[in-house]
Design a binder for this molecule. Structure first.
Ligand code: GLU
Length: 490
């Protein structure tokens, strides 16, 4: 019988969903869907000092926004629960006891001060610090003495000596680690709570996880986990460590790197579309067959084999992300993009909270006109600022254009025609331009440029009749009138 594919994304609740973690989540999700498997979302919260309040909700909501939906987790349950490590403490105990009984783990009574001292001595000698194994062979009397002192033991895994630990990684092939480089590591802290390496192994085993797909930063943890699998004679899942993400300067991405938008929540706040993020993140370290870059979720699911995940680091190219999001913005329905843009305009008090029908129509035209230029929705504010500004100032280029000889003729006619207008909509404004052309004999650039510069102060811009419509009749007339009485064009 074919192996049942079960994968998991196992974030620790330490903050918002990072874009790198979103990639791990996505690769797991795509792999599960591609193979009709199950995608498990498990919260790894045993490192309580790192846990952050509300982080769990934030992680869940970012994943939901991206549409990375899980089959089993803390909210929907499942057969392999609980899905929060701290609720699984009872499941771990039995395995800790087993390792202790079999002599594969031992109690360690070293205090943090003693461990620090040991570390400093090793460092001073130029050695890589690792636990010396001091408590490996304590006699019952020594243990009793420590207990009497009130010391609480941690539990350490006894790392076998002189062993080569082989990890089979789908992305990297065979990766070998020397056991002598790994000190006996803590599997249960003095407070009785298991560490990540222990909990993750037990959880992955009990949850029958078939593939562990995660970031390369966890590769160095894998030999420890492999040792635990071996100690229980369990078959380990297949591992796939996805390469690091580099910034544009090809440096390892750090959480303080400002050239990268770090958290999924920030993308949402800036008005990115989730499908663009999915598409972009999927290509961070995975390349489909073929050249195309725009890949829908359905196509990604269909095409996602794990063996096309790259060994070399992925470079986070923000320009590509902008391009991709812009593509999806242009593809989306106008209603959706209007809904996305509105809050940014409202927040700047450029539009009221409640829109009447005319305002709605106006904003539809506004967004439609500018969406082609938008990398993300928040940019609507900057892109449209010339539409909202009350007083215009003309730069030298504009002044020069407005000083051309034929300008008063064009502007007066335009002014005259506008004043007579009853219906001020783009189609009618377009007609007005035609009439001005007929009446003045000026056409093309000689017609459009004066009107554009006079009403917007700019020599370039979007469709002129629509821009004039968006500015509103009153503003347009006011600007034209000021110029008609201005000495520059006298
Ligand atoms: N809890 C780990 C983290 O947030 C996940 C490690 C793993 O996937 O094994 O980085």
């Amino acid at each position: 019988m074919a192996e049942k594919i079960r994968v998991r994304f196992a974030p620790s609740p330490t903050g918002h969903l990072h874009i790198g973690s979103a990639r791990s989540a996505l690769f797991n999700y795509l792999f599960a869907k591609h193979n009709n498997g199950s995608f498990v979302m498990r919260i790894e919260d045993t490192d309580q000092s790192r846990n952050v309040e509300n982080a769990e909700e934030k992680l869940l909501s970012s994943l939901k926004w991206l549409g990375i939906n899980w089959d089993e987790s803390i909210d929907v349950g499942g057969e392999y629960g609980p899905y929060r490590s701290m609720e699984r403490l009872n499941s771990y105990q039995k395995y800790v006891d087993q390792l202790l009984e079999e002599g594969k783990a031992y109690h360690c009574y070293c205090t943090p001060e003693e461990l620090e001292e040991e570390r400093e001595v090793q460092l001073a000698k130029g050695e890589t610090p690792k636990y010396s194994g001091k408590c490996r062979y304590l006699t019952p009397n020594q243990k009793e003495a420590y207990e009497k002192e009130g010391r609480k033991p941690s539990v350490r895994f006894k790392v076998p000596k002189d062993k080569v630990i082989e990890v089979h990684d789908i992305v990297r092939g065979k990766v070998a680690f020397e056991s002598n480089g790994i000190g006996d590591f803590i599997i249960v802290r003095t407070d009785g709570i298991p560490t990540y390496n222990f909990a993750v192994t037990i959880d992955d085993h009990l949850m029958e996880i078939s593939h562990v797909i995660r970031g390369e930063e966890h590769l160095s943890n894998t030999p420890r986990q492999q040792l635990i699998y071996d100690a229980f004679s369990w078959k380990s899942p297949k591992f796939a460590h996805v390469s690091l993400i580099l910034n544009q300067d090809r440096q390892k991405m750090s959480k303080r790197d400002e050239s990268i938008i770090q958290f999924v929540e920030q993308y949402k706040e800036l008005g990115f579309l989730p499908e663009a993020i999915i598409n972009f993140v999927a290509l961070l370290g995975w390349s489909p067959e073929g050249e195309e870059d725009i890949l829908s979720r359905e196509v990604l699911v269909k095409r996602f084999p794990l063996d096309r995940v790259a060994k070399s680091p992925a470079v986070f190219d923000i320009a590509k992300l902008y391009w991709m999001n812009n593509h999806y913005i242009k593809e989306a329905s106008l209603d959706r993009i209007v809904e996305l843009c509105l809050p940014y305009l409202q927040k700047e008090n450029l539009l009221p909270e409640e829109l009447n029908e005319a305002q709605r129509e106006w904003v539809n035209i506004l967004v439609n006109l500018y969406r082609e230029q938008m990398n993300y929705a928040q940019e609507i504010v900057e892109l449209t600022k010339d539409i909202f500004v009350d007083e215009l100032t003309y730069n030298q280029e504009a002044i020069d254009i407005l000083s051309e000889e034929h300008i008063p003729v064009v502007l007066s006619e335009f002014n005259k025609q506008l004043e007579q207008l009853e219906e001020y909509i783009p189609a009618v404004i377009k007609q007005v331009m035609k009439v001005v052309q007929k009446e003045t004999g000026y056409k093309g650039k000689q017609l459009f440029m004066p009107i554009r510069v006079a009403t917007t102060g700019l020599t370039h811009g979007r469709d002129l009749p629509e821009t004039l419509y968006l500015l509103g009749k009153e503003k347009v007339l006011k600007r034209v009138k000021i110029l008609l009485t201005n000495k520059h064009i006298d």
